[in-house]
Ligand binder design. Structure first.
Ligand SMILES: [Zn+2]
Ligand SMILES: [Zn+2]
Length: 165
């Protein structure tokens, strides 16, 4: 059978877009639950707690988690596309290794730029501009900032600019 990209039951890895769609539906469901509880509340003679507030809380949290998973997947996949920095620790694209991360969000200690996700742990995904080669000949494709940072530590290695044509 042909793979149906629109179906959650379809094979293969889900795309970030599919996860985003699922997140939107969980969000919508959470809102529907709130609306439904409001309607139930307005009916006299119904027992309380038919639809407790924890239901939509749980749905909202689930939507959040699905969204986080979509983010993670998107960043991992973006890093695998050729042309992206493959370093597996984040930097500030302006300042370098100056990131601070707390509660799944990161910011730069130098310039104050903020990211709504944990940028410290995961692929960098900035545009790859350099090829770093260590003394043993191992190579890694990196962005300008990672390249600069690695150059100081490339003992006997090389940092080559990738020609842009
Ligand atoms: Zn910065
Ligand atoms: Zn990088």
């Amino acid at each position: 059978m042909f793979e149906n990209a629109d179906s959650a039951a379809g094979g293969g890895e889900p795309t970030p877009a599919e996860l985003r769609d699922l997140q939107a539906r969980a969000d919508a469901l959470a809102r529907d639950v709130v609306a439904m509880r409001e309607r139930l509340r307005q009916q006299p003679g119904l027992p309380r707690g038919v639809l407790p507030g924890t239901v939509d809380d749980a749905l909202t949290r689930a939507a959040q988690r699905i969204g986080d998973a979509a983010d993670k997947l998107a960043r991992v996949r973006a890093a695998e596309w050729s042309g992206s920095c493959t370093a597996w620790w984040g930097i500030c694209p302006r300042c370098g290794p100056t990131l601070q991360t707390e509660d799944g969000r990161s910011w730069c200690r130098e310039c104050g730029t903020r990211w709504g996700y944990d940028r410290s742990h995961g692929p960098c995904t900035e545009r790859a501009t350099h090829l770093a080669m260590d003394a043993q000949g191992g190579t890694v494709v990196v962005c300008a900032v990672h390249g600069r940072h690695m150059q100081e530590r490339l003992d006997g290695g090389l940092l080559l600019a990738i020609p842009t044509s």
